[in-house]
Design a protein around this ligand. Sequence first.
Ligand code: CS2
Length: 494
Amino acid sequence: MTSRRLSNSTWQALPASVAVPSYDRTRVAPGIVHLGVGAFHRAHQAVYVDDCLAAGEADWGIVGVSLRSADTRDALAPQDGLYTLAVRDSGGESLRVVGSILSLLVAPENPSAVLAALTDPRTRIVTLTITEKAYLRAAGGDLDAAHPDIVHDLANPQMPKTAHGFLAESLARRRIADSQPFTVLCCDNLPANGATLHRLLVEFAALREPGLASHIADTVAFPSSMVDRIVPATTDADRTRISDQLGVEDAWPVMTEPFRQWVIEDDFPAGRPSWEKFGVTMVGDVGPFEDMKLRLLNGSHSAIAYLGLLSGHATVDRAFADPAIRQFVDQLWAEAIPTLPQDAGLDTADYTAQLARRFSNTALAHRTAQIANDGSQKLPQRILASAIERAEAGLLSEHLTLVIAAWIAACEARGKTLPENHFTDPLDVPLAVLFSRNLPTDELVAAVFDLAGFAKDHAERQPLIESVATHLVHFRQGGPALALAALGIPGARP
Ligand code: CS2
């Protein structure tokens, strides 16, 4: 492999088969600060923005911020922010160098630089992909005001650690400077993600100063958005293969599928790129799209992850090719679909057929263990929301509750049939304490529900717990084969 790096001075000499920025990067000004500059952002929002820049909308370059690790900055700073997007399916791989990330900051190293970027009047949009757990919600959904990072940020507003701390402090500074607030565009897989972040940030600001809370409540726009693209973690083999194809080294390429989707509520008082010209759907209410994506795509993704892990399948495509898991997913979709809005024009048959094709993409090697991370943060909106709504309508949800049991069984299997830290969860420590107590199964499930805030204070909590416990007994006695057989699905791998 060559030691020359992909950068402003090498990209012109790449092979003709690699698409490159067609615009002058030196003329691009920053207009967006992105919090959480991981692989998903670089395969999704940064690509849509790259399209806008290529069409001459030069005011929307991205300042990428990592809230925790320096890895992305360390890899991309020597590359002037350039990286390769590899779009993969059975037809092969197409490469594109993306130029929309102008600079990279690491919040723990230099919080002042992040605040400076956020208060720069040219910054008109702040986008976020920080993952579900970084919203720091307590069991039940309110801001976890006792979380050490929240306590820290309230005591040290000039040196924040959390997204809440950075957003509140920069909005406070912009308010004093009489500079228009930026629009906050949440791109994480949370229900009503804009409204959820708005509520959490107002809760956080109220702990600082009531005036700031009402300023944020009244003047800052938080459009919700639905983002979708499957982005497996990049491997060393990917890095080597891409660098060989480029003829220069790319330390941090991203892998993805051909499909991409972005649906955004059109509420940008400080302006926005003409996203609608580049494949983004701008709508008044993103709710139906969000629910369909969370409950059908992400819900079945979690099911495939936990059943796949328990059945010995390392990747989504292999798990989905297992006839028992495939049949289960079809039945899970049939259970979730009636909970979606019936009058919003959603074509669920087309959507699930497309999901089946996407999950069968063998070129992605999307690891089940990657999706299994953070189940306690993901299952409420992916699985429990549908189960609760069905219970309210007097309907059983045997497939939805099986996914929760599969999550618990997979958590218990770590250190036994699965490697110790095969996947992680913010609740790992208290979960391990619960598992060590050898509780009767229904008591264990009730304790897990309490810990994670599942169906908190809900009338349907007890029947859901009983259903999960029944499945968990099957998982413990006979693995996924017995659990799925009890639903009439034959032939699962034990
Ligand atoms: C996945 C998502 O890791 C996960 O939990 O379900 O990241 C999924 O791949 C994306 O939401 C697809 O848009």
